[in-house]
Design a binder for this molecule. Structure first.
Ligand SMILES: Nc1ncnc2c1ncn2[C@@H]1O[C@H](COP(=O)(O)OP(=O)(O)OP(=O)(O)O)[C@@H](O)[C@H]1O
Ligand SMILES: [Mg+2]
Length: 405
């Protein structure tokens, strides 16, 4: 009986479903239900993304509510009073309360972040990187002397007047109330002795020679150029008297038409810092800046204003007489037979001082190879051909490359 009843119910249900499935009204509601289910799912998803967005915006809003904090450097700590003296970058000095747990962790010269309203210390920053040890070539006693320079008499005279005399006899300039230039700029083709002159000035004035290359400043210390310049002047003061030599000045102080890119902004920041430092130092009888460039034409005019590099001195390729002097300096150092210096000088019209030095060195090597005891005219002519003609070939190659660029 019971079995019969169950079977009966099942049959009835089956019939009912079959009937429902064929009922169009039922099917319509079923389809609508499905749509609503899908809509609910998508709204749930939307809800999730909007919540994430809301959290993000809340954070931004909080940032707006918090006013920017002040960064300062600790100059003194009073442990017993729970106070510290903090100096900010714009020169303000504050005497502030420091909570006990923080005062134990801070040191003089640490950088801290302070709230603007009550100057409470909010955070201790990592100390600023000090570039003094890594960015510069420091030479306490350069050996190169003015006597080692061939020719360039006019340049040397001008350098004597503008750099050497004000450093060695500052009292004369003070008496006449003349402000000596803070820096000079040497410009001219490669290998004409610009770096050499700067070193010889340091030697003559018994100064520390600190050199920095403009292109390194931009390419090696990316984003830190301004800080490196600041450290350079700090070091120069510590080591004074000092000759600061900035090679390839055009890399940091070139005039650019489009200053939209990040790299250009970085160059601008570095140059601004250089100008700030140059304008800010007044011990110009103890520190002098000598800069060098091959490209005077692209320099920013701001760097050439009076009170900065107000002496701009050309260091050109040596003329006939100068080439003779330079040859004599280098040939004196090697054993030579009879030479016809006039012919050598006529053959080297396009040579720089650096080329002449190399020609002399190469001819000694040629002589050694030939088992000779002395350098003769033959080896000199051979090396002139090798060095100057190689230069010419390089130049031609450059022209060709430029053409196809
Ligand atoms: N007038 C000169 N008298 C003696 N030696 C010279 C002279 N000019 C150049 N030299 C020699 O050539 C070498 C290279 O010169 P230096 O580095 O001073 O040239 P530079 O003008 O600074 O070149 P660059 O623009 O490529 O930096 C020096 O080490 C020096 O030995
Ligand atoms: Mg140089």
């Amino acid at each position: 009986m019971e079995n019969y009843d169950n079977q009966d119910r099942k049959d009835f249900q089956l019939n009912a479903y079959t009937e429902l499935d064929s009922d169009p009204y039922y099917n319509q509601i079923k389809a609508e239900l499905n749509v609503l289910k899908m809509q609910a799912q998508s709204l749930q998803l939307q809800n999730q993304t909007l919540n994430v967005e809301k959290e993000k915006l809340e954070k931004v809003l909080n940032n707006y509510k918090n006013s920017p904090a002040i960064v300062g450097t600790i100059s003194e700590i009073f442990l017993d009073k729970l106070k510290a003296v903090i100096r900010t970058n714009n020169g303000m000095v504050f005497y502030v309360n420091v909570p006990e747990d923080i005062i134990k962790t801070i040191n003089v010269e640490d950088r801290v972040v302070m709230a603007q309203n009550n100057l409470a210390i909010l955070d201790v920053l990592a100390p600023e990187k000090d570039y003094r040890a890594i960015a510069f070539e420091i030479n306490e006693k350069p050996k190169q002397s003015l006597k080692d320079i061939g020719g360039l008499k006019k340049v040397i005279n001008e350098v004597e007047e503008t750099v050497i005399l004000p450093m060695t006899k500052p009292e004369i300039f003070k008496k006449f109330n003349i402000e000596s230039p803070k820096g000079i700029l040497l410009y001219g083709p490669p290998g004409t002795g610009k770096t050499m002159i700067a070193k010889a000035i340091a030697n003559k004035t018994k100064s520390t020679f600190i050199s920095l290359s403009g292109s390194e400043l931009i390419h090696k210390f990316i984003g830190e150029g301004a800080k490196v310049v600041k450290d350079l002047f700090k070091l120069a003061k510590e080591k004074s008297p000092t000759i600061i030599f900035i090679d390839e000045l055009d890399s940091v102080a070139s005039y650019r038409l489009d200053s939209g890119t990040g790299a250009d902004r970085e160059v601008n920041r570095t140059m601004t810092q250089l100008l700030v430092e140059m304008d800010g130092f007044y011990e110009s009888d103890k520190i002098k800046i000598i800069a060098a460039t091959n490209r005077l034409d692209i320099l920013d005019k701001a760097i050439l204003r009076p009170g900065r590099f107000d002496r701009i001195i050309e260091v050109s390729l040596p003329d006939k007489q100068e080439r003779k002097e330079i040859f004599k300096i280098y040939l004196e150092k090697i054993p030579c037979g009879k030479l016809n210096l006039e012919t050598i000088i006529d053959m080297t019209e396009t040579a720089s001082g650096a080329d002449i030095k190399l020609i002399c060195k190469e001819s000694a090597i040629f002589a050694i190879r030939k088992n000779k005891t002395k350098v003769t005219q033959e080896e000199i002519v051979e090396s002139i051909n090798k060095i100057l003609i190689k230069d010419k070939v390089d130049e031609k190659q450059k022209e060709v490359n430029n053409y196809f660029r």
